[in-house]
Ligand binder design. Structure first.
Ligand SMILES: C[C@@]1(CC(=O)O)c2cc3[nH]c(cc4nc(cc5[nH]c(cc(n2)[C@H]1CCC(=O)O)[C@@](C)(CC(=O)O)[C@@H]5CCC(=O)O)C(CC(=O)O)=C4CCC(=O)O)c(CCC(=O)O)c3CC(=O)O
Ligand SMILES: NC(=O)C1=CN([C@@H]2O[C@H](COP(=O)(O)OP(=O)(O)OC[C@H]3O[C@@H](n4cnc5c(N)ncnc54)[C@H](O)[C@@H]3O)[C@@H](O)[C@H]2O)C=CC1
Length: 210
């Protein structure tokens, strides 16, 4: 597995996108769903990016400027950076600049030299599903994600969320002798229960605090 999936906590994070065209818009459409504040530095911004700024207001800062390939000079205070200009040479210069400053970055036109790639992702009621083809076909990832999404009906999502709540109670309760094998056995044994029964169980657990 060349690409190791992680879930970055976006709370209180600053993320930079360089470039304001099609690739930048694709990344921004996912980034606006996070808790991070996002800065976009670009010579020009597409209508889609301007529209996102209108909808998301202060969450997105648009910084209009042309980056000089010989003097990158952008703030380094970001957790991750998406480099999305069409200029491969400029992208590499910006990438090296951030790597020299110990910031992880990716270039939308150079997966081979990037620190990470992104995955096709959906979130439905706190459940996140991400799919990757290891960089081989983003469109195939989208198709596979759509197929997975079809299996995630409301009832199943509700069941998963109920199991999350039950686990939270089990872990929190001090009198319960926490043991990870126990917890997974309990959760696995509950998967066949109806949502109605799980809800009843949860109510009883809350009443007697497990
Ligand atoms: C390697 C990777 C690096 C990265 O960007 O992270 C990458 C690279 C490239 N994408 C290109 C094109 C397109 N990318 C999309 C869409 C998405 N691209 C995403 C991820 C990734 N794209 C990573 C691998 C993912 C994996 O492993 O499967 C998604 C899944 C996630 C996201 O962006 O958030 C997002 C789905 C959005 C959604 O769900 O809606 C579409 C479709 C569209 O526009 O709708 C097209 C046009 C159709 C096509 O080419 O398939 C090109 C050629 C550009 C050119 O020259 O034209 C490159 C460059 C190259 O291949 O080297
Ligand atoms: N990874 C992905 O999902 C995708 C990757 N791509 C790739 O990403 C690259 C960019 O593609 P597009 O977004 O379609 O191009 P684009 O031409 O729509 O956007 C490029 C952006 O970079 C900005 N820019 C260029 N030079 C600049 C500089 N010196 N300083 C500041 N801003 C500058 C432009 O103003 C423009 O906003 C291409 O190489 C393309 O193949 C494209 C679409 C999806």
């Amino acid at each position: 597995m060349r690409y190791y999936p992680l879930a970055i906590d976006s709370k209180d994070k600053k993320i930079l996108v360089v470039g304001g065209g099609r690739a930048a818009n694709l990344k921004l459409k996912q980034l606006v769903k996070t808790l991070a504040s996002i800065t976009v530095v670009s010579k020009q911004f597409s209508n889609e990016v301007i529209e996102l700024k209108k909808v998301f207001g202060d969450k997105i800062i648009l910084e209009s400027r042309t980056i000089d390939i010989n003097n990158i000079n952008i703030d380094v205070n970001y957790t991750i950076v998406f480099i999305c200009t069409e200029n491969k040479e400029l992208n590499l210069k910006i990438f090296k600049y951030y790597n020299d400053n110990k910031v992880m970055a990716m270039m939308t036109n150079n997966k081979e030299a990037s620190d990470f790639i992104t995955m096709a992702t959906m979130e439905k009621e706190n459940i996140t599903v991400s799919v990757s083809t290891g960089g081989r076909s983003p469109s195939a990832s989208k198709i596979l994600l759509n197929e997975v999404e079809k299996t995630l009906n409301t009832e199943f999502i509700e069941k998963i969320n109920l199991l999350c709540e039950i686990r939270e109670l089990l872990v929190k309760e001090k009198s319960y002798n926490y043991n990870k094998e126990n917890i997974s056995d309990i959760i696995e044994s509950l998967i066949l229960y109806s949502n109605e029964d799980l809800l009843k169980k949860l109510k009883i657990m809350r009443e007697i605090k497990c």
